[in-house]
Design a protein around this ligand. Sequence first.
Ligand code: ADP
Ligand code: MG
Length: 397
Amino acid sequence: MNIHEYQAKALLRDYGAPVSDGRVVLQSDQAKTAAGELDGPLWVVKAQIHAGGRGKGHFKEAEAGDKGGVRLAKSVEEAEAMAKQMLGRTLVTHQTGPAGKQVNRIYIEAGSGIERELYLALLVDRQTSRVSFVCSTEGGMDIEDVAANTPEKILSFSVDPATGYQAFHGRRIAFALGLKGPQVKQCVALMGTLYKLFLDKDMEMLEINPLIVAEGGDLKVLDAKFGFDGNALYRHADIAALRDETEEDPKELAASKYDLNYVALDGEIGCMVNGAGLAMATMDIIKLYGAEPANFLDVGGGATKEKVTEAFKIITSDPNVKGILVNIFGGIMRCDIIAEGVIAAVKEVGLKVPLVVRLEGTNVEKGKEIIRNSGLNVIAADNLSDAAQKVVKAVKG
Ligand code: ADP
Ligand code: MG
């Protein structure tokens, strides 16, 4: 689960990390008061969406004076005008994809004078099975280009979980970032704070880009992007409460409410499968026969009729879906129960695209018979390959 920049900064502030004072506003008429509570002479007006690259982003349906999703204001009146111009519009960045994201919240922050922009992240490194710091002297808005063109400028330091974070980690990072004098001490303290926050809150990713050396030489966090492990949210009610559902794919949101593992993709064949391995194999074989999956969907081992119905609703609500493939292995579940669930779901939500059903496992003959006798226009398949070919043929002709 991801949170907004202003929420991440509130957490950082709680933990004692150096961040600027700021206010979030939901309506433009709150902006002037909010900006007035902050010290000038510069204010930064920042669109809050769950995507990076806002500074270099652009708004859909361009207007005169548009400048991307992070803007510098020289007065509270200008900050208000900027907030008004951004709220409610759709911001497109290299991370949002062409559809962009609607801006519903604006963060107004005291502006900082910047000497250097650095990059810092903490993540779970699967290669070393450790939490790692990733840092670069080339912070700011183009870290993707740095990674692609000069990967040697991105350094990584892993932390042994047996010792945890130690001051020498912080000194190494400070050295790698070219920090001097009192900055080294600040860096050691800040890295310790970030490491503690990362572990305390079961984070998956913590990215600060840029971490700056401000005018006067102090370190400061200027942008923050946090991601949390969804499986650990049950023990962090404070973090779960920060969820902004308007930032999530509505189909994925509905799926999460029914405990379905669903990921929206952009192909034309909707898939309903049980088990992640079988779901991946199903997606592969659809591609093999020349089509693209519209989603990954694992209904789980103990799929009930209700779950199957919900899964159908989610799949059929996707306008890109031109055909559906149900591929279920009845292990713990029996195929006849699955078949009944599928038929009930189809009867409830209707069916406007071809549906191919492949069942295998316990009570498979009974399951197939139920499908045959249902009177519904369902194409039965005998095996995975047959099923994939049939659904691709039904969609592509
Ligand atoms: P994004 O990464 O989504 O583009 P950032 O928060 O990193 O958004 O902002 C983009 C750039 O705007 C930063 O690299 C920095 O140069 C500038 N900036 C952001 N916040 C401030 C601030 N409080 N004061 C001065 N400049 C800022
Ligand atoms: Mg940034």
